[in-house]
Design a protein around this ligand. Structure first.
Ligand SMILES: [Zn+2]
Ligand SMILES: [Zn+2]
Length: 125
């Protein structure tokens, strides 16, 4: 009787340990993935460096995609690409050469290549 109950306790505790480990693993995988994503977002935001819009590849204060006021100014001038919803003079999709023009501003100020823009990332993957 004594032996039987000890064995039962051992089996139960072993099962509990396996269950706990299995449970812990299934809980931890999505958690660490979420952490990684949060870190990536934080890093991406850090890329802004205050003045540069790394998402769109031009100075933040001139970004017609981020600032509605800037967008309104371009629209008022008739400088607008309705297809891509940004200033025509900033539409890298219509004129890829414009990207170089803005990249040159970044290079002059930071002494390095600008970070990849939102548009670059999906096409390179
Ligand atoms: Zn922007
Ligand atoms: Zn366009």
């Amino acid at each position: 009787m004594k032996f039987y109950s000890l064995q039962t306790v051992m089996i139960l505790s072993l099962a509990a340990a396996v269950f706990a480990v299995g449970c812990g693993q299934s809980n931890h995988v999505p958690e660490s993935k979420a952490d990684k994503k949060a870190t990536l977002i934080a890093e991406k935001k850090g890329d802004h460096e205050g003045w540069w819009c790394s998402e769109h590849g031009l100075p933040e204060g001139e970004c017609s995609q981020c600032d509605a006021k800037v967008a309104a100014e371009f629209k008022a001038k008739g400088d607008w690409c309705a297809e891509h919803e940004r200033a025509k003079s900033q539409c890298f999709k219509c004129d890829p050469k414009l990207k170089d023009k803005y990249a040159a501003i970044y290079r002059a100020k930071e002494g390095k290549e600008p970070p990849e823009t939102e548009d670059d990332s999906p096409s390179k993957k």
